[in-house]
Design a protein around this ligand. Sequence first.
Ligand SMILES: Cc1cc2nc3c(=O)[nH]c(=O)nc-3n(C[C@H](O)[C@H](O)[C@H](O)COP(=O)(O)OP(=O)(O)OC[C@H]3O[C@@H](n4cnc5c(N)ncnc54)[C@H](O)[C@@H]3O)c2cc1C
Length: 433
Amino acid sequence: MPRRIVIAGGGYVGLYTALRLQKRLARGEAEVVVVNPENFMVYRPLLPEVASGTLEPRHAVVPLRAVLRRTRFVAGSLTSVDTERKVVSVEPTAGPPIDLEYDELVLGMGAMAKLAPVEGLAESGIGFNSLAEAAHLRDHVLRQLEIASATNDPELRRCALTFVFVGGGYTGVEAIAELQDMAHDVLAGYPRLEASEMRWVLVEALDRILTTVSEDLAERAATELTARGIDLRLGTQLESAEGGLLKLSDGSKFRASTLVWVAGTRPQTVVGKLGLATDERGRLVVDETLRLEGQDHIWAAGDCAAVPDLESGGVCPPTAQHAVRQATQLGDNLVATLRGERPQPFRYRSRGEFVTLGKNKAVGEAFGRKFDGVLAWTARRAYYASQIPTINRKIRVLGDWLVGMPFGHDVVDFGSREEPRGAFEEAAGKRGP
Ligand SMILES: Cc1cc2nc3c(=O)[nH]c(=O)nc-3n(C[C@H](O)[C@H](O)[C@H](O)COP(=O)(O)OP(=O)(O)OC[C@H]3O[C@@H](n4cnc5c(N)ncnc54)[C@H](O)[C@@H]3O)c2cc1C
């Protein structure tokens, strides 16, 4: 019987660990099973461009079944681990739970939004972590322009044209920058709206944005955003969002139809329910070979794990570039373990980071050099085009980018697809027009 490696999570860790195993395992040496709720891996660094409509949502994902030809795929979510029997329980998309035995188990379930105890936030806000959220936000922003353009109610118009993002890390900055760029780009098609009526607010509790890049680059990004009319509220917190009325710690109060919460992430809730070793932030505790504390046959990496950073000290940051390298090392360590060899420590020094600020605009640093403007924007695109797996996806992404150059952003709001049964229910007399 070949041994079985079960991988929970089909994101960066899951996909790249499975790819490594596909490459290194001999035929029949082990069976690899990937469990993920959806049959695709989301290329999250491209989500801001999905939100601005620069990329088609389908082009920013990697179809797992197409790339993992020698791996068994199970659509579902891991819900529990029995470490004695070496069995995981999986909740499939439909039907009763499935038990899967494992010889080695990899946990790469990633992270979710970490909410602060702000009144009204859960009801009024939305995160920016998934494909659905990014695609929804694009349609939502365009719908707000339609609402503002159609209404004669000044209060509704002001509320629709107010877009608030909380969190000035790279996710928040990229999201607000791309969406604001899109909204300005399409405004020519809305003769009843003025650019000056739109209010874009970025709220950050610290006294600077982008703490993961150097101060100088973060300053350049802040200057670019401010010059474009984005209202940066540094050293400020969202205190309440009850009924859509936002109250900030600087004393300001206003209504906004859009509240995006991008102020931090935490491991998926299920991680804390598995009875495995976690740190004070809920991350799985692993050693430098990515093996879970106190477990010989469980491994973890990526955003759900606290991976020791042997280069810079502390714990590795939750980034895709770290997750990919951890996955490759993890794949090698699994092969070594199956063959009775010693797993090796994970070691990686970040090569830099790029932050998109909209079309032709970005900041970044790589190999000790700093870039901004078109050069940084082009370097970022070249990097992601080279990284996204399969020639099929590369061409689709490059195609979207190419088409976007002369034509700009598309103004079509496809929000109705979020309610596909509406017309049918109306036809059946179950709801009004
Ligand atoms: C908007 C955005 C922009 C980003 N930009 C950058 C960037 O520019 N550069 C960079 O380096 N990093 C970036 N990141 C961070 C990067 O995407 C993450 O660090 C990376 O995705 C972590 O990989 P992972 O495999 O741990 O988690 P993920 O890639 O999130 O994958 C986790 C997978 O596990 C699945 N899952 C969840 N629960 C279960 C369960 N119970 N059972 C089975 N599967 C489960 C999820 O559905 C998901 O498919 C960005 C993140 C976001 C959200």
